[in-house]
Write a protein that binds this ligand. Structure first.
Ligand code: NOJ
Ligand code: CA
Length: 654
């Protein structure tokens, strides 16, 4: 029997799976019982021969004794409609092959590899069906390799660090990635292909980080639990999709939406979900005017909340975030976060009265839950805390997990471990039941799950403007569209106009603060400065923030290079209007815009751009504003100052 099995193992099976346009080829090989794959585009290598496998605690790994039972092919051709986002329609067209494999020797377990090849990506996942005496398993490691030329360039942020995903991007050779980095990991190969390694549909599993393995090949390093294992699961189980986005240019990569296509359609009605723009009792705390904690300068008082509601009405903004409204912020709030109370307002904050006042004025309150990562404390209160907001008509929550680790019953776990992944998902599902939308700070990275759960309107998950005042360079936001934003929208907290503030000096120009509303998409978009900045000093600039949509029909990237600059045009979902945003690093540059993407007819273009002397270090407020009438045959030349940018609103006339 064994002899026969060995003979069978030695057989080689291989198969090419081509993309619908036949340019990308995923080559699957099963030889001597081992699975490998490689990827090419137009015969040029992208991923060289790479191993596949899963190792399971207390069991033999699924690695080197596999035989092919059957292979099934499928073609799929679909256009997905997204409820909200950067593009209303997403192409979900692929060729799929599913490899059903079995071990040649006892215990003869079975495993399936499902592969999808799109015109701009490849994706595959492991599926383990239930089988006799093999039902509850613990994953020791996933052995997926991405054998990419070591001389490729990678743009990375480190994994397993105290500030989670909130780091500056660094450019390295793939050959230098000896410690784990987060995905999306964007890479340029020596033959000029741009790729991004990421994952889709991350549920009930540790997040994949990437590093060079002992064979000097990039490979998955699944975030461990505190017991050292990667995930405890019951069968049937499927891993998230391993996703390789592929593009011919950096700018083309930015609109790769395959991650969403790999997630399921919603299984319930989410018609009640609406994107939101909001101001907040927030930046005043960052510039030291107010405090989260109670006291003389407490921000979240009933009186302040009502003043901000009145301001929101005057500004034409629909939402108001209120941070520091609850018991638990006193002393070192990061140390004491275990005490946070999510149903107990401070004595100077009458939540019911504020909610009533907001409702009367048609303003949505964005509630706030800062857990500091103490998820045992939070989970105990979760249902009552959501009910408390819900009965008071609060439909949006910004949550936060600012601790360096998640803490549960004295145990420390990574935010991006299986435990973290499951916690975040629990909040999303409970929120869906209560008709609450979420904006999660210090979240798990995006893997497209908001397609299935559209109430997950936004997340942070990268360095945002809270790091201004020294820890953000002008290039940072120029990396995001090519890296972090490949995992979905981000609450960057844009729109700070008080740029030269002594406490938190901002390294941008004024025009660039407007550009962010186009270059950084968020389903919940914050106009982050204090209302007086918008109402008094920069009324005209604020018009742009007021008008720019939070839900787009179509996104067209126009120009850019990773970490250098980025220019993008987006069409409103509810009108024929277009919005263009551009940002640059510390170098000034001119951009030449061809407006051929506009529909026929005439548009009134309101342009906000850097004046000639503008600079992110000193002349931050130097801005030029002008109105032109343009059509789709026209071009515009726009100047961006060092650390600057521009924003254009194109209003359809007729
Ligand atoms: C970190 C979040 O990113 C920030 O927006 C929030 O204000 C603080 N945590 C406090 O919750
Ligand atoms: Ca943060």
């Amino acid at each position: 029997m064994l002899k026969w099995a060995n003979l069978f193992i030695k057989k080689k099976s291989e198969k090419d799976i081509l993309s619908p346009d036949k340019q990308i080829c995923f080559h699957f090989v099963l030889k001597n019982g081992k699975m490998t794959y490689s990827v090419e585009k137009n015969q040029k290598p992208i991923v060289f021969s790479s191993g596949l496998g899963i190792s399971i605690c207390g069991e033999k790994p699924f690695l080197d004794s596999l035989t092919m039972v059957r292979c099934q092919d499928k073609k799929h051709n679909e256009t997905i409609e997204m409820q909200w986002g950067e593009d209303k329609y997403i192409n979900n067209t692929y060729n799929e092959s599913t490899f059903y494999l079995s071990e040649a020797e006892a215990p003869s377990r079975i495993i399936t590899i499902r592969v999808r090849v799109f015109d701009n990506a490849v994706a595959f996942r492991y599926e383990i069906p239930p089988q006799p005496k093999f039902n509850q398993i613990t994953i020791k490691e996933e052995l997926t390799e991405f054998n990419i030329d070591l001389n490729s360039t990678a743009w990375k942020i480190p994994a397993y660090q105290p500030d989670r995903y909130e780091y500056n991007y660094e450019k390295k050779n793939v050959g230098e990635l000896t410690s784990s980095v987060h995905t999306p990991l964007t890479i340029k190969t020596p033959n000029g292909q741009y790729i991004s390694l990421h994952e889709a549909a991350l549920y009930n599993y540790g997040s994949a980080t990437i590093k060079l393995n002992d064979n000097r090949k990039l490979s998955t390093d699944i975030t461990p639990l505190s017991d050292g294992t990667k995930a405890h699961v019951s069968l049937p189980f499927q891993t998230p999709w391993r996703l390789i986005m592929i593009a011919d240019s950096a700018i083309e990569l930015t609109t790769n939406r395959t991650m969403f296509a790999l997630n399921d359609a919603p299984s319930q009605d989410f018609d009640w979900v609406e994107t939101l723009k909001f101001i907040g009792i927030w930046w005043a705390m960052y510039v030291g005017e107010w405090t989260w904690a109670q006291g003389e300068r407490h921000g979240a008082t009933t009186a302040h909340a009502k003043e901000y509601i009145d301001a929101a009405v005057r500004l034409g903004i629909n939402g108001l975030l209120i941070e520091g409204w609850n018991e638990g912020w006193e002393g070192d709030w990061l140390e004491n976060g275990i005490n946070n109370q999510f149903t107990k307002p401070t004595p100077d904050f009458d939540l019911e009265e504020v909610a009533r006042y907001a409702k009367k004025n048609n303003i949505e309150i964005v509630g706030h839950h800062e857990t500091v990562g103490f998820i045992d404390n939070y989970e105990k209160q979760l249902e009552t805390a959501y009910n408390y907001y819900s009965v008071n008509g609060i439909h949006y929550i910004k949550s936060g997990y600012a601790g360096s680790m998640m803490q549960i019953n004295g145990r420390k776990e990574y935010h991006h471990s299986q435990l973290g992944v499951n916690h975040y998902q629990k909040t999303v599902e409970l929120a869906a039941r209560k008709h609450i939308c979420l904006d999660i700070h210090e979240p798990i990275k995006g893997t497209g799950t908001e397609r299935t759960w559209p109430n997950l309107l936004s997340r942070e998950g990268a360095r945002g403007q809270e790091y201004e005042g020294g820890a953000l360079s002008p290039s940072h936001a120029c990396y995001l569209p090519y890296t972090r934003l490949l995992s979905g929208g981000m609450d960057y907290t844009s729109g700070i106009f008080d740029l030269a503030n002594n406490v938190k000096r901002i390294a941008t120009t004024l025009a660039r603060q407007l550009a962010y509303f186009v270059t950084i998409y968020s389903g919940m978009q914050m106009a982050a400065d204090r209302p007086f900045m918008y109402e008094e000093r920069f009324k005209e600039e604020f018009e742009f923030i007021k008008n720019v949509p939070t839900n787009f029909e179509k996104t067209i990237p126009l120009a850019g290079e990773i970490g250098e600059y980025y220019v993008v045009a987006r069409k409103d979902r509810n009108s024929k209007n277009w919005y263009i945003g551009g940002i640059t690093d510390e170098n000034s540059r001119m951009v030449h815009l061809q407006l051929s993407f506009l529909g026929p007819g005439s548009y009134r273009a309101k342009i906000y751009s850097d004046a000639d002397n503008a600079h992110y270090r000193d002349e931050q407020l130097s801005i030029e504003k002008k109105t032109l009438h343009v059509g789709n045959n026209d071009t515009l030349d726009i100047y961006m100052a060092p650390g600057g940018g521009f924003a254009i609103e194109l209003v359809y006339n007729n």
